[in-house]
Each structure stands twice: as C-alpha cells, then as structure tokens.
Design a protein around this ligand. Structure first.
Ligand code: ATP
Ligand code: MG
Ligand code: MG
Length: 296
C-alpha cells in the first residue's frame, strides 16, 4: 500500500492529455477535494527529469493567485488510488502500460477561465480586476525566479476561494542570470499560437516580457468575451488587434492603453507586472469611488 494514495479516493477524471490524466480526488480524512495529476513515465528517466521540473516549479510557490501545490510521489501502479471503480476508462492516454507513475496533488479548482468565459462573459471592470490579480500571481512567479511560458485561458483557474489563479507549470522554466531563458528541448511547444510574443518568432529568448505579452492576449480575450463572437471571429479580431488595428468600441479607453502596452512589439516597451499592478490598482480605486458616489 501507499500512504498517499490510500487516503485519496478517486472521484472523476477532469483532464487528460499526452502526459496522462488529472483526477478529482477526495481526501478521506480531510473530506476535501484535490486535483491529482498522474503522469506515466515508462521508466524513462529523461521524462522523469522533465516532469520534476514542473513539480519543483509549482512546489516552490505559495500565493493566492497561483494554484496551490500539496505534494507529489511516485508509484509503480497507476491505480494506486483507493477507488472502488475499476479504471479501464482511461486506457486512451500515454500513461497506459507505464511502469512508473508520478503523481502531483494540487488544490482542486472548479473552473478554468476558458470554461467561465463561455458562460459568463466579463465586463471591462471585471476583466481589469482579474488582470490585476493575474499580474500579482505572475509578479510572484517572476520574483520566484521562474518564467511560466504557457499562459492561456485553459491554464488559468478559479479556486474554491473564488480567486483567479495561474496553474499548469508544465512549461515553467527557472531563469538564468540575465533574466531570460534559452531554448529548451521543448521550445517548440511554448508560447503557443496567438499567445506567442513576436520576439519568439525571431528566435529571441523567452523573457518575463514574453509572459506579459501572453497575459495581454488573455486580457484581450476577456474584453472580447461580451461580444459573443464565435471562435473564428474571435481569432480574426485578436489577429487584427495584434497588428494594432483596434475596433472603434475599444478606442480611447483605459483598458486599451493597458492592452497596447502589454502587446507592444518590442519586449522593452512592455511594462513589468509590478508597474501595471500599480496603474490598475489606482484605476480600480477610482472606479470604486465612482460606484460609491453613484450609490449615494
Ligand atoms: P492542456 O494541454 O489541456 O493544458 P496539460 O498537459 O497542460 O493539458 P494541465 O493543464 O496541468 O495539463 O491539466 C490538464 C487539465 O486538467 C486542465 O485543463 C484542467 O481541466 C484539469 N486540471 C489541471 N489542474 C487542475 C486543478 N488544479 N484543478 C482542477 N482541474 C485541473
Ligand atoms: Mg494546461
Ligand atoms: Mg501544460
């Protein structure tokens, strides 16, 4: 038996991918839900090293806007959980037939930003609030010496405490002394698609400013969410805005100024997370005062 998995009762699968699966589990003593990521290693030590990078990144962080890590362990069996149901349903992922499994136990987060925006669009004030909190999480990650490198709606979560949180440290990388990071063997997978900062297309190293660019795209996706565009139109609009062509309803707004600074072509023209936090806090204060005055 395994002292970790004996206490965690597997409830349902909540995510899967090439790496393996993520399960919602109940800790039987705490009566609390956790998310447990199970990664099949097939006794591949290179792969273990890669995923230990994720464990070391997330385990070194503790912040209200970062998905909380609890513990990790390895096991020879994929079915180490104390579950009644047999686990034949998830034979589709790569972890099937592995000899060694890595488990990462994290805070369970009920929603992602991606799923939330589908049903509840954010107005501009909410979008600013979320951006503010995400910047606090990102500033903390950067101060901890890491680059996230995979900021996108699907990797941003809402905790049980309702806080917005940065998760999925699968591509996170410890920074070297010059505050950037050279290309890793997995470099082709980071900064995916729309979120990829322009300098990465010119083979410049990924820097903190590349994370800020990706967060700029996430902010833009929040601002576009009330427009009820379909996926295709959303992408078209994002591509236009990346080229600097803003729709008229976004002109001359505070949010647009923030957006333009985050999406600046040159990394040096983008603000740091701390600079933006400052700017947004004072704006949010003013908005709050305005709301209070309007309410008498
Ligand atoms: P993807 O390519 O979908 O992002 P991934 O390999 O990067 O997958 P994760 O993002 O860490 O892996 O997890 C995959 C999915 O599992 C997430 O999209 C999410 O639905 C779910 N998940 C991961 N961590 C948690 C968590 N802490 N709480 C709730 N669900 C989670
Ligand atoms: Mg992910
Ligand atoms: Mg990932």
């Amino acid at each position: 038996t395994n002292k970790f998995t004996d206490l965690l009762k597997k409830k349902e699968k909540i995510g899967s991918g090439g790496f393996g699966s993520v399960f919602r589990c109940l800790h039987i003593l705490e009566e609390k839900d956790y998310a447990v990521k199970r990664i099949g290693l097939k006794n591949n030590t290179k792969k273990l090293d890669w995923y230990l990078g994720e464990v070391r990144a997330i385990s070194s962080m503790e912040h209200k806007n970062v998905v909380r890590y609890h513990q990790s362990w390895t096991d020879l069996s994929c079915d180490g959980f104390s579950s009644d149901e047999s686990d034949h349903s998830d034979s589709s992922d790569e972890s099937e037939g592995s000899d060694l499994y890595l488990f990462i136990q994290m805070e369970f987060c009920p929603r992602t930003l991606k799923s939330r925006l589908k049903t509840n669009p954010t107005n501009s004030q909410q979008a600013l609030l979320y951006l503010h909190d995400l910047l606090e999480g990102l500033a903390y990650i950067h101060k901890s010496g890491y680059l996230h490198r995979d900021l996108a709606k699907k990797n941003i979560f809402f905790g049980k405490d309702k806080n917005i949180k940065i998760g999925d440290f699968g591509l996170a990388k410890k920074m070297d002394d010059n505050m950037s990071c050279s290309h890793s063997p997995h470099s082709t997978t980071y900064g995916k698609g729309l979120h990829r900062a322009p300098e990465l297309l010119e083979n410049q190293p990924f820097s903190r400013k590349s994370d800020l660019y990706a967060l700029g795209i996430v902010f833009l996706e929040m601002l576009l969410s009330p427009m009820k565009y379909d996926d295709h139109d959303t992408i078209r609009n994002i591509l236009k805005i990346k080229e600097g062509k803003f729709p008229h309803w976004l002109e001359n707004k505070f949010e647009t100024a923030i957006l333009k600074s985050l999406l600046a072509k040159s990394p040096n023209d983008r603000p740091t997370a701390d600079e933006l936090i400052h700017l947004i806090s004072s704006k949010l204060c003013k908005l709050k005062e305005g709301n209070e005055n309007a309410n008498g």
